[in-house]
Ligand binder design. Structure first.
Ligand code: ADP
Length: 491
């Protein structure tokens, strides 16, 4: 291991480290060992005030920078993360508990790519012109909003920060970011790495608990736009704050995504897809394919192979290159996952494997849960309807297409959906029938810069990762220009 976190961080405000006004700190743990990783300030409204003031001041100049200048800066952000890619991957793994092979191959490279993507597409953020009549020209200007408040979750800290920071900066806004209290490390490292690149106040990071920092940020009158990723219940609160100040908000919330196996699926690939769908990042993925619909005709064969494969998953120290399933982010989240295992058993589902804490003494202090498969699940059960956010898949048997589609859509959420079939017309028909912001055909959890990501129904609104995102971070000004040489003659 080559990198360690410092003993303590401070807030990052106006280009410098700054102590919390309260002087209080909170412990950040390594979930694989339960040990202290570092400490960060437990901020409050006073720190948020300072950060918003810094961001507002910085906006007066940053909002006027040229697209070319911002493009250069975003490309340099990408290069700086790239230079320390291994450090970022290790710190993310130490803080989140997810396997190093994931942070190395997914989180960090994708984060880098988002800065590059937005560096490119920002040059296309242009207005329109029209000739209204021979003496009247109309044009639109796309202008930044001002200070944007970002409230982040703990599952993909640096990647989801990129989803929000890259388009915000690309379109000329300044930002105040609140990382999840469990996982602030990589964002604070990034702020430090960009100290001499971004003018002071363009990027501010305030750490602390949701009600102490997130709430004052979301309700701050100096903030002109909010972007939130997290639970639907928290999103609802944040929308209430946004409504007080009449500010737009992007909401990326929970999910309970259906993942459908047709009888003609390529079973080997589909099984891998199911594993990617629900065991990537220990299932702590808002788009996890956690409701699996397997067709009756192949149910027994498919489930036999799936369970054998799940039992063979390598769970353990996430810093080891061959670990496939790491630790759950916190004790609280681990207990939540374990409680759903009990709920599933009580509801009458068949626990086919996993759902326990591992017996390996080396893992005893970490927050691990063995990967679980529930068979014979009914779509009405809580383990089919509620987001568990852990390595648990609920499997539902189906045989009637229309009834299965109705069940797949019979859920409050609509973030992702997946399906496996070798029949193209069926795949397209099904993709259209599913109520979800992203549908994966013969793949699962694929993400790409340029592919809009966001939810239908209670999974939220607004789209991240794509050109459309820049539209959410800007507002339109309509400008009419008269070229008339004489008065209209009305008065
Ligand atoms: P999770 O259960 O996945 O942590 P949350 O929605 O609770 O999901 O957390 C996502 C983010 O929202 C975190 O940064 C958290 O601190 C923040 N948060 C939690 N409660 C509030 C709140 N009342 N107001 C603002 N932000 C909050």
């Amino acid at each position: 291991m080559s990198v360690t976190a410092p003993r303590e961080y401070q807030h990052f405000i106006k280009g410098a480290w700054r102590k919390s006004e309260s002087g209080k700190t909170l412990d950040v743990l390594n979930p694989a060992t339960g040990e202290l990783l570092t400490r960060v300030p437990a901020g409050d409204a006073r720190d948020v005030d300072a950060a918003v003031a810094a961001a507002r001041e910085a906006f007066t100049t940053w909002g006027q920078t040229s697209p070319a200048e911002r493009q250069g800066i975003l490309l340099e952000i990408a290069n700086r993360i790239q230079k320390r890619a291994r450090d970022y991957a290790e710190l993310e793994t130490l803080n989140v508990g997810k396997p190093i092979r994931e942070t190395t191959n997914i989180d960090i490279p994708l984060a880098i790519d988002h800065y590059r993507y937005f560096a490119g597409v920002l040059r296309n953020l242009q207005g329109t012109t029209q000739t209204v009549d021979p003496t009247m020209l109309h044009l639109t200007l796309r202008e930044p909003l001002g200070v944007v408040g970002h409230i982040l979750p703990w599952n993909f800290p640096l990647l989801l920060a990129a989803w929000k920071l890259a388009p915000s900066l690309a379109s000329g806004n300044t930002v105040v970011m609140k990382p999840a209290e469990q996982t602030p490390v990589t964002l604070l490292e990034l702020a430090n790495d960009l100290r001499d690149l971004l003018p002071p106040g363009v990027l501010n990071v305030v750490t602390g608990y949701g009600p102490d920092v997130g709430a004052p940020l979301a309700s701050h009158p100096g903030v002109r736009k909010l972007s939130f990723t997290g639970e639907t219940t928290t999103g609802r609160l944040i929308l209430q704050y946004a409504s007080e100040n009449i500010v737009p908000a992007t909401m990326e919330l929970g999910g309970k995504s259906p993942h459908i196996i047709f009888p003609d699926a390529d079973v080997e690939r589909a099984i891998e897809g199911v594993m990617v769908g629900v065991f990537l990042n220990q299932g702590e993925v808002c788009s996890a394919g956690s409701r699996l619909f397997v067709h009756d005709a192949i149910y027994d064969r498919f489930m036999g192979k799936l369970v054998a494969k799940v039992k063979g998953l390598k769970i353990g120290n996430p810093m080891k290159e061959d670990t496939q399933l790491g630790a759950i982010v916190s004790r609280e989240q681990m207990e939540k996952v374990l409680s759903y295992i009990e709920i599933g058993k009580k509801e009458g589902a068949a626990l086919l494997c996993g759902g326990t804490r591992p017996t390996d003494p080396e893992l005893a202090k970490g927050f691990f849960v063995t990967p679980a498969v529930f068979g014979d699940v009914n779509n009405k059960m809580r383990i089919a309807q509620e987001e568990i956010f852990g390595p648990v898949v609920s499997v539902i048997r189906w045989n009637d297409y229309d009834a299965m589609i109705a069940e797949a859509n019979d859920i409050a959420y609509g973030l992702g959906a997946g399906l496996w079939t070798e029949t193209l017309p069926l795949a397209i028909k099904t993709a259209k029938a599913l109520q979800a912001g992203t549908v994966w055909i013969n793949t699962y959890n694929a993400l790409a810069a340029g592919a809009p990501f966001g939810g239908y129904k209670k999974s939220g609104f607004g789209r991240e990762c794509a050109f459309d995102t820049l539209l959410h971070y800007t507002q339109i000004k309509s400008v009419f220009v008269s070229t008339a040489e004489k008065p209209m003659g009305l008065y």
